[in-house]
Design a binder for this molecule. Sequence first.
Ligand code: ZN
Length: 210
Amino acid sequence: MMRQITDEVYLLESTKGAYSYLIKAEEWILIDTHFSFAKQALLKELRDNQIELKKIRHIILTHGDMDHMGNVGVLQQLTGATVWAGSKEIPYIMGQQKRPGFKKYIAAFMNPKKPMNIKPLQDGDKVCGVEAVETPGHTPGHICLIYKDVLFTGDLVEERDHLCVPFSVKWNWDTRILFQSIHKMSSYDFKWVCVAHGEPLLRDELFYAE
Ligand SMILES: [Zn+2]
């Protein structure tokens, strides 16, 4: 079952390991799309929760890794939604530029369906009240998203043993830049920290570990 986080924000349980979130804002918005192999489970969860696919008007990707963009092509087709991502991330998602490091091999190996088109987001751009914040480091064009009091971190940070920690070094394009992005993000207002990896946390309860 979908797990309700706030009045309008829901977590998709079928995407555990790399959570996707649904925002029932004025228009419905899906944040990230998990791995392509989980397509059936994801569609079943939406169906079981009476989420009409056509009501999802926007899909926003925090970045182009396989566990976040896996179903974006399929979901764009099924929903007719507009797909958005950080402007600097789009060439990687569309395959015009090879991902840095070993991720290029993973991407080639998994080869998920690409979206038909993606609209670019830059720092401060908003989609139905969801604000993009450029937070490079995990990938070159990574963005975080803020909707009201909820921060969607993508892979800027993750939750491990009730700790909010910077994303693991081995998966990052540039961890030094990731730390700068964490610093940038800390000046924003939010209450909920909705990570992809691990479980959502409240900012009040955050412990930060290096
Ligand atoms: Zn991830």
